[in-house]
Ligand binder design. Sequence first.
Ligand code: AMP
Length: 425
Amino acid sequence: MTEEKLSTFTAPKGTYDLLPPSSATFLAIRERIAAPARRAGYGYVETPVFEDVKLFSRGVGESTDIVSKEMYTLTTKGGDELALRPEGTASVLRAALQANLHKQGNLPVKLWYSGSYYRYERAQKGRYRQFSQVGAEAIGAEDPALDAELIILADDAFRSLGLSNYSLLLNSLGDKQCRPVYRAALIEFLAGLDLDEDTRRRAEINPLRVLDDKRESVQEQLVGAPMLRDFLCEECKAYDEKVRELLTANGVAFVDDPKLVRGLDYYTRTTFEFVHNGLGAQSAIGGGGRYDGLSEMIGGPALPSVGWALGVDRTYLALEAEGVDLDLPAATAVYAVALGEEAKNVLFAKVVELRRAGVATDLAFGVKSIKNAMKSADRSGARFALIAGDRDLAEGVVQLKDMSTGEQTPVALDALVTTLKEKQL
Ligand code: AMP
């Protein structure tokens, strides 16, 4: 009865299981996205998957879909209001502030992270309720070179995976000097439009978000809207130009997108998004920007900062769309098949020895027929199979079979580990 019931469970809507063999690609994506950041001095940070709900409502912003519609919130038995993290930046900044990392050495504090994030979204391909991001944040410095560094690191990460069919969209959202002037002009413009109740409410909290509205009916009305680009103060303009200059000088192409606002309220100045051309509607494979006011919004000192988060799930889909196969080493290099009880004992010990010597080795368990066991050897992707029966053992050898050529040679048991090590598995 119980068994029958259990077998009907499936992963919750909007989630999926990572299973071999594609899970190996996921791990490799995470590692390769993080590698450029690690080489640039970013240290690993890990924070809890849940936080005080106010961290996100204050940090990410009440007007955002992420906070107003998509947060997984819960009240603990002790009465604490928590939320599963919908993004990484607010948590990472909270952790840095809590540990006073910004007081312990030179700024910026550079951190990278990798983990799962949760948003109650309308689930579809490329848009999940639990998804995976790798992120990087540089906290406490205002320097266009830092913005450029992060953008270049993200671009290097995508290139290192073999992706090329994507573009980088770039915009500046101004700062606390020039944005309010623009905001007022935009509010005046929006007041004259025919917007639905929901959009109007959003416009009241953060009018800039309306620019980002994907609906055709809204976009049509936005023709002629004032553009932030024309309102940027001298400092913001110069900052933006420097970032662009550094990107160009270092071979990173970008496209101006004056309407790029992104779904989080904390951005100031530089904002960017990487969009892939083979993914349909869910095309953003990563994004980020400068968030100079966030630290103060969550109770910290002024710490101008910049960062990004790249989507691992969508990067996987982008690799698929471009037909890129990551060149991953086979999980198993050697696969051992023992025929008979005595042979099993001897081979088992050799498998343990090989593993300890650093050779990825697996063993056929519960062998009923050599044919089946050899099929498993084949499926494992191993370069060599080790086969031993009682007769081989009596002669002190095992058979070493090259799985690609089918060639089989006896190797003395004593020489087995060195022989396989020499093959550089
Ligand atoms: P954001 O935190 O919204 O700036 O997202 C950064 C990146 O995370 C996006 O560019 C996507 O690649 C990825 N991402 C965000 N939301 C989802 C989701 N619901 N499902 C899959 N990937 C997501």
